[in-house]
Design a protein around this ligand. Structure first.
Ligand code: BGC
Length: 760
């Protein structure tokens, strides 16, 4: 009964509805950042259809642009991940004008005055609109415009967000009657019609794709503050599109596991198991509209396969990519493995060319270690390559049939032996540090005059407890205005010992503060660039903004897999594929942290649905966890070193992520060796530990390995700083030990040492 629970949570002030920041001062956005946001916005746009060379628009030729979204453009999705107060935002109409497009003046003016008259509403958390009602149009108006211009653009917009999954309804996942009418009238009257989609989620495309009167389709996603300009760059041909889909685009009924997602139950059974996304569509092509990895260009490429090898536990393949078209462009090569029966097609590497001028060629070499396509055997608790034939494919989307090479394993090959999931039975509490009686400060540790052990031993039990949670609430006065809360030096006695308040700020589309900061492209758009280096360079700008305003921890990137097109937070996330998600997240972490602040990849793990997110259980096999929903995090950690990480709200196989000892301590800490700080998502749920019967709530969370509860207090209404009596009681009763609290606090002290070291 999630609804009743939600009501009770609301009454107790324990719901997840946040107050959004509404006004800002100053600005930290630089020209360099704005230029990179624009570049990324254009690089991530995906051209899905382009009959009769409808796009790019010809210079000087008039174009009539229809649809309210050209002005009421969706720059980002809703919720904590979208609440960035940028100083300026450029919508598509303005972007097209700036890029010199010859917009039909009457139609332009109609939308301008119509949208200006619309009252700007303020919506409650989670009650935001998926789309805005279309401005009415008449047949006469359209037919008159078609006499003035040969080409029309129809701009459609969709938006979802945190606590707001899309619905399989008109205006949300489906087109409305008004939108369909607009498309019909416009495409019937104009010689050429292109549709521009401005959305955070995939939506129903069937009517657009099957309609021969719709000549072109460009998906611009939600590209942040410059996104109208970025979209215009592609539409006018300033930039040749090179974005590729980061998720399979199919008819609604073709996605596996949809019944579960839309159903009212508290548990989502991941019945498709490892066959999610293109792994499913590889063998079920009915209903698939555009495959993962797909995207057209204005230019043309030819490919020449080079050598394929499998040596020393890895495959390697190279191919030459030549631009044989008329304009400069980029192409992305993708390498897939189809293992023997029973294991899915898997993307194992991708690479994008530099900008190739017409006639220019680049040879790309793609490679992957065997581990990238190993299957997890639940009985053996091991990643293995099963005996049989492995075929390696290369191409520009997941449907590629171009074989790079193949190899056969006569016997099963062990790739990595894991332990059975650790249920905590063998848990032993760590020893407490020996007290020296000498006071120690963080600065003394930094100067090499004292040790962390010394500081830990000198902390009182109460001080150690204060290091297990944040100050209590968001918008702390100890940090920059509009922050998401602070941890560390939250009381005077800790500050006297040199622990400073470490300030958090959302993420991932920019800093969510009461300062004008830059609004970056959504995760989905970034993934569609398939360009790790660009993402790293761009996200370094976010890190620099964080350093400039004094935010220590950026709450992003978000890297949950886009298991289902309806998930409201898909815009924050990258892809349905763990390799693409993991590498993008790693690039974001490297970028953010290059400025001396911490990133915080989130939400670990299986946060794939918003409705009822606090109580949902993602019921998923260990194999699917290992191959998909943990793999993205594992890859992110392999390619970057995030100083912090956030758990999710949802349960995994019935256990809330912040109490999940097997996943947090067993896998993240012990198996993968993650040594950064782990925090909860904001306001965890309060429950007994399923692994340690004597523990519940924060003591159970600390034992599970989740170091800091954020923002700290149980209720959003509680604005006081105080100890959690349950943790102190557990300490007194001996069900939680001082050694555990010291071990926990060490992560926080080390985080400050690392941050101070990077800034010095
Ligand atoms: C979201 C997180 C976010 C946090 C702080 C939560 O509701 O799930 O992603 O970082 O709030 O705003």
């Amino acid at each position: 009964m999630p609804k009743l629970r939600d009501i009770i949570d609301r009454i107790k002030g324990e719901d997840l509805h946040q107050k959004l920041n509404e006004s800002a001062e100053g600005s930290v956005c630089t020209e360099k950042t704005a230029a990179l946001i624009r570049r990324a916005g254009a690089e991530g746009a995906v051209l899905l259809k382009n009959e009769r060379n409808t796009l790019p628009l010809r210079q000087g030729e008039p174009v009539a642009v229809f649809g309210r979204t050209q002005i009421d453009w969706f720059f980002v999705g809703y919720g904590s991940g979208g609440n960035v107060l940028s100083e300026h935002r450029i919508n598509l109409q303005d972007g097209l004008e700036q890029d010199g497009a010859a917009l039909d003046p009457e139609i332009k003016e109609y939308y301008r005055s119509r949208c200006a008259k619309q009252k700007k509403k303020v919506y409650d958390w989670g009650k935001w609109p998926f789309s805005l009602p279309e401005a009415p149009v008449t047949r006469e108006m359209i037919e008159a415009a078609a006499k003035r211009a040969e080409t029309a653009l129809v701009v459609l917009g969709r938006c979802a967000g945190e606590d707001l999954d899309m619905k399989d309804e008109p205006g949300s996942y489906r087109l409305t009657k008004e939108e369909e009418r607009l498309l019909k009238l416009v495409s019937g009257a104009f010689k050429k019609t292109a549709v521009v989609l401005n959305t955070g989620n995939l939506i129903d495309l069937s009517s657009l794709i099957n309609d021969p009167a719709i000549d072109a389709l460009l998906v611009c996603w939600q590209g942040g503050q410059e996104s109208g300009l970025a979209a215009a760059d592609v539409l006018t041909g300033k930039v040749c599109p090179s974005g590729k889909l980061a998720a399979s685009w199919a008819e609604f009924s073709a996605y596996p596991g949809m019944e579960e997602f839309t159903g009212p139950g508290e548990a989502d059974h991941y019945t498709e198991d490892v066959f999610m996304g293109y792994r499913h569509f590889d063998s079920h092509r009915d209903g698939l509209i555009f495959p993962f990895g797909f995207g057209l260009s204005y230019t043309a490429f030819t490919f020449a396969a080079g050598t394929f090898t499998r040596e020393n536990g890895s495959v390697r393949f190279s191919a030459a990519v030549k631009n044989t078209g008329a304009c400069a462009g980029r192409e992305t090569l993708q390498l897939y493995v189809r293992p023997p029966e029973g294991a899915p097609l898997t993307l194992i590497d991708y690479k994008k060319t530099r900008l190739l001028a017409p006639g220019e060629e680049e040879t790309l070499t793609l490679s992957a270690a065997d581990g990238m396509f190993a299957s997890f055997d639940e009985k053996k608790h091991a990643f293995v390559l099963r005996a049989g034939e492995y075929r390696v494919f290369w191409g520009t989307d997941a449907l590629t049939e171009a074989e790079a090479g193949r190899f056969t394993l006569k016997e099963e090959l062990l790739i990595k032996q894991c332990a059975p999931l650790d249920d905590g039975r063998a848990f032993t509490a760590p020893e407490a540090c020996a007290p020296s009686g000498v006071p120690v400060t963080v600065q003394e540790i930094e100067a090499g005059l004292a040790s962390t052990d010394g500081l830990l031993a000198a902390l009182t039990d109460e001080e150690l407890e204060y290091l297990t949670h944040g100050e209590g609430y968001m918008e702390s006065e100890l940090g920059v205005s509009g922050n998401a809360g602070v941890m560390g030096g939250i009381i005077p006695s800790l500050r006297e010992k040199g622990l400073r308040p470490l300030v958090t700020s959302d993420g991932p589309a920019g800093l969510r503060l009461n300062i004008h900061t830059s609004l970056f492209p959504s995760g989905t758009l970034l993934a569609c660039t398939f360009d790790d280096a660009l993402v790293e360079e761009l996200l370094a700008c976010m890190g620099e903004e964080a350093a400039a305003v004094g935010a220590d921890i950026v709450l992003g990137p978000g890297l949950n897999l886009q298991r289902n097109p309806l998930n409201g937070r898909n815009f924050e996330y990258y892809s349905e594929d763990p390799l693409l998600s993991g590498r993008m997240a790693a690039a974001a972490v490297r970028g953010i942290q290059s400025a001396g602040v911490s990133a915080c990849p989130k939400h670990f793990c299986c946060n794939n649905k918003e409705n009822g997110r606090k109580y949902n259980s993602s019921d998923v096999s260990e194999r699917a966890l290992r191959e998909l929903y943990l793999k993205n995090f594992e890859i992110c950690l392999a390619y970057s070193d995030p100083l912090c990480l956030m758990t999710s709200y949802n349960r995994i196989n019935g256990v809330s992520a912040c109490y999940h000892y097997p996943l947090v301590t067993g896998i993240l800490r012990n198996e993968w060796g993650y040594s950064g700080l782990i925090m909860t998502d904001w306001w965890m749920i309060y429950e007994p530990s399923p692994y340690f019967p004597a523990l519940k709530n924060s003591p159970a969370r600390i034992r599970a390995g989740v170091n800091v509860l954020m923002p700290g207090n149980r209720s959003q209404r509680d604005k006081k700083v105080h100890n959690d009596p349950e943790t102190l009681a557990a300490l007194k009763a001996g069900t939680l030990t001082r050694g555990e609290l010291e071990k926990n606090a060490r992560y926080l002290i080390e985080l400050q040492l690392k941050l101070d070291g990077r800034r010095a």
